[in-house]
Design a protein around this ligand. Structure first.
Ligand code: BGC
Length: 749
């Protein structure tokens, strides 16, 4: 009897004999991607090329059916995989297999200050995207925290370019190892939601390159992002999607981006500009379609028939089109047409574990007088107060809204852990904020109505507080309009719904009151001096309640650090300091970043007294750390451009914990004005109680550079520098001097 192997060999020969053995190059995934792209492109008609560069539905574009090339399916992003929508609607389709795990908001991820957490996040969300057959994940977001009023700050990673860059790279790589493209957004300068479709940002070149671009650059150059999303706003008079400086000069020129620039949804306005200036794909437009609002206007997208017409009439050559189509094909080869990519997984135990771990690692213990937290073993009765303890936060807030398989509410997480410890938990509402819970057809199903008056709610909470061993207030913002939500900014730095009064009344009734805030933004804290413990809890997603309980009960020792400054007042942020409408929200369509680089701590560092409640990089632990004297490997920047900073970190408390060593650089004397210090390296390290770990960090030459806008290059000026080592922007324990001798240390992006 013949073996199976012999039969297969015979069949293969027959196939070769019939000349069907060799697939065309573009279908052959043993061939290099560039050869496949070239081959596919050579087989396509002009009309087919135009067809693959614009949408065919809300979130998809067609491939080339004739050639068997699949299309692209995008999904939001950036905290979980959005429910499927109807073909041409934003409304969810009502499928029953599209619930997901909600991972913590990106502010929480950034607050871990741990690139390993970003890698875990990227890998996990990428697996969910892959399982759901999406090949572009619309995220992560890396816009810099310029104003605490920006409604979308929760989708971004804070105020500092070094932190943002370090966190975005592993996220992107983690997503893409699944054969799913990350789409980094919103490129660039999309720092407010007010007038977001048209606001024209005017910013000097140095600030652009030093503050607002590094996160994108890192995602592209180090992360190897396969796509990027030019945003809605304008820069220097041109919409980001039509902006040759941003797209052609910087992204594709300086950074050598070989991926796809995908428009934000409806961010395209002009065929010729968008065709010439570097955008590759158009999504979400409401074209006037030569017939406004026609239900399927896709053929009339700016990069559809109108573009084809320009080409056919000889107004434009096919050069740009070939480049766009090649990029789209490359993305398809990297994702859908990569037969070796993994299969992904959805709602797995591993993903819930990742969400909980990242969440607990990102929670920031801001204040903890008298070690009120973690909950003392002697506590028998805890009172939880506040709407955010019982409100689902994964529904709402705009495009990042999700349909979760499950969401553990803070109160439920606390109750579950308290039960294990024999602690009784009572609950009082305290205030009524936003009782809605619907987004694009996804409803929370929660009935949060409460008919009591504000006075009665406070009175009831106060009465219960008097009976409790300790009180945990869980409030903050939420995902409704003018809170932490897309499409509009906050109107006020203060907390909404009279929460300040509730907190003050509670702490008066029971001084053992801890405040836990779930927000994606900083806020006023008029009660701060009276409250012993404050926790910044962000939006944590599916595992919110469990992650919070982990920290509140001390199962996890908090190690999160603020990714942005918690200033005292709105006017302590430079964009708002002068109350100048030209700086925020803009006048006559222009918003001027007159503060330049004075963003976050780069601004508050110059204020005397420092007007911060909690500085950038701040975060406490249930143990204590001491940083010893830091040392430098060199007193002068060596030829290879690398200096090592070493600092001993001692855990002086009685439980294991993690500390984040932060290294800031100051140019002592420079020909241009520079911030008083800038974060250039950081490392999170776990230290056992009583032990000391030597932490080593490397500063490369870029840590000393500034962007010379005239020469369009990075330059290091010879002279003295200070290296500041510490655990927060306002907690510097070592100041070391070194110098740079080399003249002419300069490079292009
Ligand atoms: C948002 C993007 C989002 C897109 C698709 C836009 O309104 O700005 O962040 O990815 O919609 O939902």
């Amino acid at each position: 009897m013949k073996s199976y192997r012999t039969i297969f060999a015979a069949l293969a020969l027959v196939a070769v004999g019939n000349a069907v053995a060799q697939p065309p190059v573009y279908l052959d995934d043993t061939q290099p991607i560039e050869a496949r792209v070239k081959d596919a492109l050579s087989r396509m008609t002009t009309a087919e090329k135009v067809a693959i560069i614009h949408a065919q539905s809300k979130f998809s574009s067609p491939g080339v059916q004739r050639l068997g090339i699949p299309g692209i399916w995008c999904t939001d992003g950036p905290h979980g995989i959005r429910p499927d929508v109807l073909w041409d609607e934003w409304e969810q389709a009502g499928a029953t297999n599209d619930s997901c795990v909600a991972f913590p908001a990106l502010t929480c991820l950034a607050a871990t200050w741990d690139p390993d957490m970003a890698a875990l996040y990227g890998k996990s969300i990428g697996e969910e995207a892959r399982y759901r057959n999406k090949n572009v994940l619309l995220g992560p977001g890396v816009n810099i925290y310029r104003s605490p009023l920006n409604g979308r700050n929760f989708e971004y990673m804070g105020e500092d370019p070094c932190l943002t860059s370090a966190m975005v790279v592993p996220y992107v790589r983690g997503v893409q190892q699944n054969g799913v493209a990350a789409c980094v957004k919103h490129y660039a300068l999309n720092n407010q939601e007010v007038d977001r479709d048209h606001v024209n940002v005017l910013v000097d070149d140095r600030t652009l390159h030093e503050i607002y671009l590094p996160g994108f650059k890192a995602a592209v150059k180090e992360g190897g992002a396969w796509s990027i999303m030019p945003g809605y706003n304008k820069y220097n008079g041109d919409h980001a999607c039509e902006n040759s400086t941003l797209l052609l000069d910087i992204l594709k020129g300086d950074w050598g981006f070989d991926g796809v620039a995908i428009s934000d949804w409806g961010a395209v306005h002009n065929t010729e500009k968008v065709a010439r200036n570097g955008l590759d794909m158009e999504f979400g437009s409401w074209t006037n379609g030569l017939n406004w609002g026609a239900s399927n206007a896709y053929d009339n997208y700016y990069l559809a028939k109108p573009y084809l017409k320009l080409i056919e009439e000889g107004e434009m050559s096919t050069e740009e089109l070939d480049d766009k189509a090649a990029r789209v094909l490359r993305l398809i080869m990297r994702t859908e047409m990569n037969r070796n990519r993994p299969y992904g997984s959805l709602n797995s135990d591993e993903h819930y574990a990742a969400a909980r771990r990242i969440g607990a690692n990102g929670i920031v213990l801001l204040k903890n007088d008298g070690n009120l937290l973690p909950v003392a073993p002697s506590a028998r009765k805890i009172l939880v107060v506040g709407e955010n303890a019982i409100k689902m936060m994964t529904v709402g807030g705009g495009s990042s809204s999700l349909k979760v398989q499950r969401e553990v509410l803070p109160l439920d997480g606390i109750r579950a852990m308290a039960a294990q410890k024999g602690v009784e938990v009572a609950y009082e509402r305290g205030y009524v904020g936003d009782v809605s819970g619907e987004y694009n057809g996804v409803t929370t199903g929660q009935n949060l109505n409460d008919g009591r008056s504000a006075e009665q709610l406070i009175a009831d909470a106060v009465a219960a507080a008097r009976e409790a061993d300790m009180v945990i207030f869980i409030g903050g913002l939420n995902k409704s309009d003018h809170q932490d939500a897309e499409g509009c900014d906050r109107t006020d730095f203060g907390l909404p719904y009279g929460q300040d009064a509730v907190i003050s009344a509670l702490v008066e009734a029971n001084p053992r009151t801890a405040v836990v805030m779930l927000t994606g933004n900083a806020y006023a804290m008029p009660w701060l001096n009276k409250v012993p413990s404050v926790v910044q809890g962000w939006y944590i997603g599916s595992e919110a309640g469990n992650a919070l309980a982990d920290v509140i009960f001390g199962e996890v020792n908090p190690s999160g650090k603020l990714p942005f400054t918690f200033a005292v007042d709105l006017k302590d942020y430079a964009a708002h300091a002068a109350g100048d409408a030209e700086m925020y929200p803009g006048v006559d369509g222009d918003v001027k970043y007159k503060e330049g680089m004075a963003v976050g701590y780069r601004h508050t560092d110059r204020l005397k007294p420092a007007r911060v409640n909690f500085a950038f990089g701040h975060g406490l632990s249930y143990t204590t750390f001491m940083l010893g004297k830091a040392t430098l490997s060199d007193k002068t920047l060596p030829a290879d451009g690398n200096v090592r900073v070493t600092v001993p970190v001692t855990n002086t408390g009685d439980r294991a914990g993690a500390e984040v060593v932060q290294v800031y650089v100051r140019d002592v004397k420079s020909s241009v004005e520079r911030p008083l210090k800038e974060l250039k390296a950081f490392k999170k390290v776990i230290v056992a109680p009583g032990r000391t770990v030597d932490v080593e960090l490397t500063l490369d030459k870029s840590a000393f550079a500034y962007y010379n806008a005239d020469a369009k290059r990075w330059e290091v000026e010879p002279g003295k520098f200070e290296i500041l080592v510490g655990t927060a922007a306002d907690a510097i324990s070592s100041r070391l001097s070194m110098s740079v001798d080399a003249a002419d240390l300069a490079w292009k992006d």
